[in-house]
Design a protein around this ligand. Structure first.
Ligand code: ZN
Ligand code: ZN
Length: 272
C-alpha cells in the first residue's frame, strides 16, 4: 500500500474493505500477462471519433476475446486469495459461468461494455470489476497510443472517448485557467470538457448549476445540475491522481450526494 493510500484509509476507515479488495484485484492481475495484439486501424478510429464513436467501438473483436481469456484466468487466480465469504461465493459462481465456453467469456466482456440490465450474467458486480480490469490490461498499448495521438480538445463530449461511459468524476486544477477534465471509472481515461456545463444533460445555464463544498473534504466538491439533478465529484488537486480519481476512494461523497437528494448519473462499479 502506498503511503498516500494508507493515510487516506486511516482518515476514512469505512473504505478499508473496498481498498483491500482493490489491492487483491491488482495483485491478481499483476501476475498475468495479456497477449500482444495488432493495433487497430487508426484512420478508422479517428474517423469514428469525429462522429462520436468511442475508441473501443473501433478495436477488432479479438480484443474482447483476449480480454475474456484474461478474465477467466483472473477469476481462477482470485480464488487463491483469502476473500470475505460473499465474495468467494460470487467468484465461484462467476468462474463456473466463464468456464462454459470462449463465446460466454467474450459475451461477458461485451456485456460489461453495453450493460444490458435485463440480461445480467451471474455475479455481475464482481464481473464488472474484473472484466474492466481485463479490458484495461488487454487494451493498454492501444489506450496509450491513442492518448498520445489524439488532440486534447477534439472530443469535448459528456461521455468517455475510449469506452463511452458517463463520468462520475472530474478534475479542476487549483491554479485555474486550465480546462476541466472528466474522468471515467471504467477505463480510467480522462478528457477535456468545457469548464461550465453539465456533461449529463448539456445544461450550461450558470443559474442552474451549483457547487457544493464539503468542509471535511476540502480537496473535493460536488458540481451539481438543477436541470437533471446529476453531480460530478470534482477533485481540486493535482497529486496522487490514481488514488483521488479512482472513484472508490470517494464513495462516501456519493453517500453525501444521495443524502442531499442528488442522483448519481455517472457509471459505477459499485452499488451505492
Ligand atoms: Zn472510459
Ligand atoms: Zn444536468
Amino acid at each position: 500500500m502506498s503511503s498516500a493510500l494508507e493515510q487516506w484509509i486511516e482518515s476514512h476507515p469505512y473504505l478499508r474493505n473496498v481498498a483491500d479488495f482493490e489491492q487483491t484485484v491488482a495483485a491478481v492481475f499483476a501476475k498475468l500477462a495479456p497477449p500482444t495484439l495488432p493495433m487497430p486501424d487508426w484512420k478508422q478510429v479517428f474517423a469514428g471519433c469525429g462522429e462520436g464513436i468511442p475508441l473501443l467501438g473501433s478495436v477488432p473483436g479479438e480484443y474482447s476475446a483476449a480480454a475474456g481469456e484474461l478474465l477467466l484466468t483472473a477469476c481462477t487466480e482470485l480464488l487463491n486469495h483469502p476473500l470475505p465469504e460473499p465474495l468467494t461465493a460470487s467468484a465461484k459462481s462467476l468462474l463456473q459461468h466463464l468456464q462454459a465456453s470462449q463465446e460466454i467469456r467474450t459475451a461477458a466482456i461485451e456485456w460489461v461494455q453495453v450493460g444490458d440490465p435485463e440480461n445480467a450474467p451471474p455475479a455481475a458486480g464482481l464481473l464488472r470489476v474484473l472484466a474492466w480490469e481485463a479490458i484495461r490490461r488487454t487494451t493498454a498499448p492501444v489506450l496509450k497510443s491513442y492518448a498520445e495521438q489524439r488532440k486534447e480538445d477534439e472530443w469535448m463530449r459528456g461521455y468517455c472517448p475510449v469506452c463511452g461511459a458517463v463520468p462520475p468524476m472530474a478534475q479542476v486544477l487549483p491554479e485555474g485557467g486550465q480546462p476541466r477534465q472528466l474522468v471515467c471509472c471504467y477505463c480510467h481515461s480522462s478528457w477535456q470538457f468545457r469548464r461550465i456545463g453539465c456533461p449529463f444533460c448539456g445544461n450550461d445555464d450558470q443559474n442552474q448549476l451549483a457547487v457544493f463544498t464539503i468542509e471535511e473534504e476540502p480537496l473535493f466538491r460536488l458540481d451539481s445540475c438543477h436541470e437533471c439533478n446529476g453531480y460530478l465529484k470534482t477533485y481540486l488537486g493535482n497529486g496522487d491522481l490514481e488514488l483521488h480519481l479512482s472513484d472508490w476512494s470517494t464513495l462516501h461523497l456519493d453517500v453525501l450526494a444521495k443524502e442531499n437528494h442528488l442522483e448519481r448519473k455517472g457509471a459505477s462499479l459499485f452499488e451505492i
